[in-house]
Design a protein around this ligand. Structure first.
Ligand code: XUL
Length: 522
């Protein structure tokens, strides 16, 4: 019986997930939390805390230790890895890994007697990797935009204006600040293509899904854009792997994995992609029609789109859809940390965000509005030192603040997604808070749309495993039927009585945002 492996290399953990496509079952899932398993790296949440100037970095060697550990545990759990026909993966988007010209040769000669991290450590020209939470590159963003003719031009070429966390500005900052190390750099990988390279034992290409999150790829040509490359860093064209379709096979799995974990030498490594593109597949939303809202450290909203259409306000992004065509993505910084801040302020539990807790207040919150920006937001781009409240006459109480944070978050999402030009027919909700029926009800009411949840929660890892299967000939429809079913009875209908409440609320929210934070930066 053929099985397929998805590897999800995310911010806080690495997960290996195996599916059996004949029986339509999830065979095994093994998750390694970086902070818990590898305290020696000093990164409790998967990145170095307290770096200066908005820098947020992580250790590629820690991800490799997690890969070794996840595979060792999967084998120990009795999974016969020789049955894996193909592996694909998902990576936190935008992060970049800097390696010297010997990286390819090291990969070709990996020794199963040693760890991956020990063998790859000498190849790093930059010890740590800037990740998607890094906001240190405002100067570089302005320089790139100016060199190319402005943000609108960069957006028309790459699908996004120049964005601090995107890889191009991050590369530029490194090349400017450490030109000697930049000169020694032979190849720059994304998290996704780095992990794929290690598995395949050869430099793997960057796929169209994750490649679009770099401000370097031309969306129309699906190739590196020479103007953007030149505006970013010297000799960048020589240091980037090629871009390729997400379903491309990078090669057979490296002998290291055959000897150490029992993979068949015929097992194929399919290109890795970004976590959001992989989630699109894992949520069964790779064909246009469904909108996904993912509630995580950052909240994201994404959907497949047949033609690339860009956000005139510059907040949204267009990436390649791993199954062909394109996808939109909108990312909100104030996600679970904002919900947690309200929970902690009043010493609540997540049950207070559930249906019973929300029953203490009414939709529209009796005129109380909160702009829930506990940290500076990127959608819209406003500096913020804390949320803004309006409509409380006396002290704020727990129940109205809980409703306010949720209504504020989802109203902001609704307003910032209007450029997509389609009102969603149904919303698929995923991520930590998605299982909470109260949270799901507020989403349904604000958007006026039914909300469903799927059985499998790790949609990025599942999407990666499904991509591995699809690349070797398993049909997407069959895969979606087997793995992307909504949980029976879990669909939440919008409350008919809400009527126009949320239209009026959205206007109030927009005015309150403008009054408190001024016009958004573009
Ligand atoms: C998307 C983004 C995040 C990361 C999280 O643009 O920055 O969703 O991909 O892993």
């Amino acid at each position: 019986m053929p099985i397929f492996l998805g590897i999800d290399s995310s911010t806080q953990s690495l997960t290996a997930l195996l599916i059996d496509t004949d029986s339509g079952t999830l065979l095994h899932e093994e998750s390694v939390n970086f902070g818990e398993e590898f305290p020696e790296y000093g990164q409790p949440s998967g990145f170095l805390p307290d770096m200066p100037d908005g820098e947020v970095h992580s250790s590629p060697l820690m991800w490799l230790d997690a890969l070794d550990l996840a595979l060792a545990r999967t084998k120990e759990a009795g999974v016969d890895l020789s049955r894996v026909v193909a592996v694909a993966g998902s990576g936190q988007q935008h992060g970049s890994v800097y390696l010297d010209g010997e990286f390819g040769a090291t990969l070709a000669g990996l020794d199963a007697g040693q760890s991956l991290s020990a063998q790859i450590a000498p190849r790093l020209t930059r010890e740590t990797a800037p990740i998607w939470m890094d906001t240190s590159t405002s100067a570089e963003c302005a320089e790139i935009a100016e060199a190319v003719g402005g943000d609108a031009e960069v957006c028309a070429k790459s699908g996004s204006i120049v964005i601090e966390r995107f890889t191009g500005p991050q590369i530029r900052r490194f090349a400017k600040r450490d030109p000697e190390a930049w000169a020694r750099t032979g190849v720059v990988h994304l998290v996704s293509s780095f992990m794929a390279s290690v598995l395949a034992g050869t430099n793997a290409a960057i796929d169209h899904g994750d490649g679009a999150g770099m401000n370097l790829m031309n969306l129309e040509a699906l190739a590196w854009d020479i103007d953007l490359l030149e505006a970013t860093a010297p000799d960048l064209d020589e240091k980037l792997p090629p871009v390729a379709a997400s379903g491309t096979v990078a090669g057979a799995v490296a002998p290291y994995f055959v000897e150490k974990y029992g993979f068949a030498s015929s097992c194929e490594v399919v290109l890795f992609s970004g976590d959001n593109p992989c989630s699109l597949v894992g949520m069964g939303a790779a064909t246009p029609g469904k909108v996904v809202i993912s509630l995580g450290t950052s909240d994201t909203m994404f959907a497949a789109m047949p033609e690339p259409r860009t956000d005139p306000n510059g907040y949204g992004h267009v990436f390649g859809n791993p199954m062909g065509g394109f996808m939109s993505l909108i990312c909100f910084i104030n996600g679970s940390l904002a919900r947690e801040a309200v929970k902690d302020e009043f010493g609540l539990s997540w049950d207070d965000f559930g249906p019973e807790g929300l029953a203490k207040t009414v939709p529209g919150n009796g005129g109380k509005v909160m702009v829930p920006f506990f940290a500076p937001e990127i959608t819209p781009r406003v500096d913020s030192e804390g949320p803004a409240y309006a409509g409380w006459d006396g002290e704020r109480d727990a129940a109205s603040t809980v409703r306010a944070v949720l209504e504020g978050q989802f109203t902001n999402m609704k307003l910032r997604s209007q450029w997509l030009g389609v009102a969603p027919e149904s919303i698929l909700l995923t991520g930590g808070a998605s299982q909470n029926d109260g949270v799901a009800q507020v989403v349904a009411d604000v958007f006026g749309t039914p909300v469903s949840r799927l059985a499998v929660t790790g949609s990025a890892g599942l999407g990666a495993a499904m991509r591995a299967a699809a690349a070797t000939g398993v049909g997407l429809t069959a895969l979606e039927e087997a793995f992307c079913r909504p949980v029976e009875g879990s669909t939440i209908q919008p409350n008919a009585e809400c009527g126009g409440v949320y239209d009026e609320f959205a206007q109030k929210f927009a005015a309150h945002l403008q009054d408190n934070y001024g016009p958004a930066r573009t």
